[in-house]
Design a protein around this ligand. Sequence first.
Ligand code: ADP
Ligand code: MG
Length: 480
Amino acid sequence: MNADTGYEVVIGLEVHAQLLTKTKLFCGDTIVFGQPPNTQVSAISLAHPGTLPKLNREAIRLAITLGLATHSEIVQQNYFARKNYFYPDLPKGYQISQHTTPICKGGYVEITVGSEKRTVRLNRIHIEEDAGKSVHEGETAYTQLDFNRAGTPLLEIVTEPDLRSSEEAAAYVTTLRKLVRHLGVCDGNMEEGSLRCDVNISVRPKGEPKLGTKVEIKNLNSIRYIRKAIESESAALIAKHKRGETILQQTKGLDDSTFTTYVIRTKEDEDDYRYFPEPDLPPFIVTNEQIEAIRQSMPPLQSEIKNNLLQEHKLSEYDASQLSEDIELATYFLQVANETANAKAAANWVIGPVKNYLAENDLSIDTIPVRPETIARLIQLIDESVITYGIASQKIFPHLLNNPEADVRQYIQEQGLQVQSGNEIDTLIDASLTKHAEKITAYKKGKKGLLSLFVGEVMKLSKGKANAEEVTRKILEKLN
Ligand code: ADP
Ligand code: MG
């Protein structure tokens, strides 16, 4: 992207993350995805007259958990506010949200784009309830309403306008998704809408200090859509700017067949929502003791994981940062390391074949079919010289990806993948030295680099099944 290098694209993201509470934010209705319409609704979700909200404490705990993990300030004196607007799927006619006291202020998320590290500042994280869903399906010409989602607790996580490209935005959402999953705050399931993103985007000529007028693209529920929305809207905004057209502050949607954006409305101001403190809920106070208790019970954070990798598992600085950069990869590593004493090999496997497989197939680690114990088993077989690393990573691992339940030993037997040793290797070494007979004199005269040619030939003949160290040692014995 950034096809026009005379411009800078500026992006701020608002991510809505559905909290992993059992029940709704202000009543005991359950939250289970995919239930028949209007089966998870009580009089409270439907806003019948006389019903009153009651705060779900677990939602507060989860919000603070994310705030601590993102280095935010936890606001201790809080109140909820009504955000008033009409929508058919909003039965109360207002949404209970937070206004001047978001539960978390400031903070940041660190991302890696390519090999570059960037810090994305957060503006705030606040708690709010979700609306229901308008459904336009089936034979009927009417809009149908499903209130199952109404009142579901959400966190809105708002960045400062710190992102500069679709790659950075994608890296941020990916990192945030991994973080909320790791913390147990949200399941991060974008297809089910548990994590959705509004993209705010503006352009300005390079060097211009003032931000341009922003356009907001609502409700993107995949990383791909986020990228597409940014790419298409930034190109459109740059073109407009070049033609000297006024850019209007608009709210848009992404057409997911053409990947172009369409206008929903020309932006309302905050005043339009007539925010005021929710009279049916008392203000709530978060104490220092509560914050400390949450801090103590949290899963380890990135920096703690990195220290653990360095100190407990004695990994190199490089391996430790490669792993801790990706909290899911680090967790997978810890599971492998739990099953083997060879932490270095575990790190090589996770940073190598495992990570490559995920990257090539654009997958996240929860979908990898090969269990950590199985990786540990491969490491053991390599350490016992039953198989070589080359065979394990290039033959057995791909087989396991397709047949995760396969019996590794049996597969090795069937395919004859054992390390070749003893007589077998001697035969191959003889073949290699015969083939390169004329090079042996050169080697003996001092061209020591030729050793790798002899070894390489044996490895080729053995189809990777010989142990390179053993081969090297034996060739040296023969030549000397
Ligand atoms: P609004 O009041 O319209 O909701 P906010 O100030 O709350 O705007 O910002 C919403 C999001 O838009 C934030 O993520 C912020 O970083 C981003 N944002 C604000 N101004 C710009 C801009 N000019 N260009 C790009 N993003 C912006
Ligand atoms: Mg806003």
